[in-house]
Design a protein around this ligand. Structure first.
Ligand SMILES: Cc1cc2nc3c(=O)[nH]c(=O)nc-3n(C[C@H](O)[C@H](O)[C@H](O)COP(=O)(O)O)c2cc1C
Length: 318
């Protein structure tokens, strides 16, 4: 798959997830085979980029792989300004997020019925594409709700406006995260456009990923929640799609060693106080993914320093 001038080596992408797919997390996903890991979303109003949260999202130093940065917003000129500002800071791909339902994450853009207003979307896409000499990609849902399934129209419009790849989460915005994602819409989108297509939503294992790709004709899969605490899923899907169907058992020592280096990057990236707090959330996911008993985690939540947290992990390995 190519996005603009970039070759994307592999068919497994790590999904942007605000509060999850920060640089430390993206680094591990890429280490385990993610061909592209788009940053967490930034709101398009650059005046708000001075918050601590935005500043960490704008830190592209040592970014793993291509620097694909996501923006969300409803105002075309603000979106164009944001794209320009990101290009100046070194972004290599601008990803537009349409249809994010989380008010906390997307602010005003979450409430705006953008997915019902394709003429406004056209203006946004056109403004962003014109603003930067970079490939612009789009991530969206199947529509606003069951009565407004806009994916095919949106894909055609996006292609005509110069969008270089489309990731489709197989739910409407009204569905939030309820029910099961579907990938039939993707097939219809595939028939309508030639641009690279990425399947997203509830992808949890390698055989399912392969099935979705062959069934829909999509070029790649994007995995989010199932890869939290489980970068080995990305590796497994990547290997399976390359023809290696062997099911590798992950030794506990490997899990603990990845956890240790993940925690170390969290302390380094956020500073100790924040890093210690983020470590708790990620550790919980690693434990879940490994199927290890939750009760055994209890003691970890009380630990207040990197040294104590790392020593605790070390003890689990002993
Ligand atoms: C905590 C969380 C944060 C998310 N933040 C973003 C985001 O910033 N941008 C975006 O396009 N999608 C975001 N999403 C949606 C995911 O990228 C993805 O489309 C969705 O989770 C479905 O894929 P999955 O079933 O593999 O997780 C978020 C999802 C979750 C669970």
């Amino acid at each position: 798959m190519r996005i603009g001038d970039y070759d994307i080596h592999g068919q497994v992408l790590f999904a942007p997830m605000a509060g999850v797919s920060d640089r430390p997390c993206r680094q591990i996903s890429v280490q385990y085979g993610a061909a592209l890991a788009t940053s967490e979303m930034l709101i398009s109003d650059t005046k708000l980029w001075n918050s601590a949260k935005s500043r960490t999202r704008l830190d592209f130093r040592q970014n793993p792989g291509l620097i694909s940065v996501q923006i969300a917003g409803a105002d075309p000129s603000q979106m164009a300004d944001a794209a320009r500002a990101l290009a100046e800071r070194g972004a290599q791909i601008i990803d537009i997020n349409l249809g994010c339902p989380a008010k906390k994450v997307c602010g005003a853009a979450s409430g705006s019925a953008l997915l019902k207003d394709l003429s406004r979307v056209r203006t946004i896409l056109r403004s962003v594409v014109a603003a930067v000499p970079l490939p612009v990609t789009l991530k969206t849902r199947t529509g606003w709700d069951a009565d407004h399934l806009t994916a095919v129209d949106l894909a055609q419009m996006a292609q005509a406006e110069g969008i270089q790849a489309l990731a489709l989460h197989g739910r409407t915005r009204a569905q939030h995260f309820k029910g099961q994602a579907e990938h039939d819409t993707l097939k219809r989108v595939r028939d309508a456009v030639d641009m690279p297509l990425i399947a997203n939503g509830d992808i949890r294992n390698a055989a399912q990923a392969k099935h979705i790709l062959s069934d829909s004709g999509a070029d790649a899969v994007m995995i989010g929640r199932a890869a939290q605490g489980n970068p080995w899923l990305i590796e497994q899907v990547h290997r399976y799609l390359s023809g290696d169907h062997e099911d590798r058992q992950i030794p506990a020592t490997e899990r603990l060693s990845v956890i240790q280096s993940h925690l170390q990057s969290l302390y380094h990236f956020y500073g100790e106080w924040m890093g210690v707090r983020f470590a708790r959330k990620h550790l919980n996911w690693y434990w879940q993914a490994a199927g290890w008993p939750r009760e055994s985690l209890g003691g970890f939540y009380q630990l207040e320093t990197p040294e104590l947290q790392l020593a605790w992990i070390q003890e689990q390995a002993a």
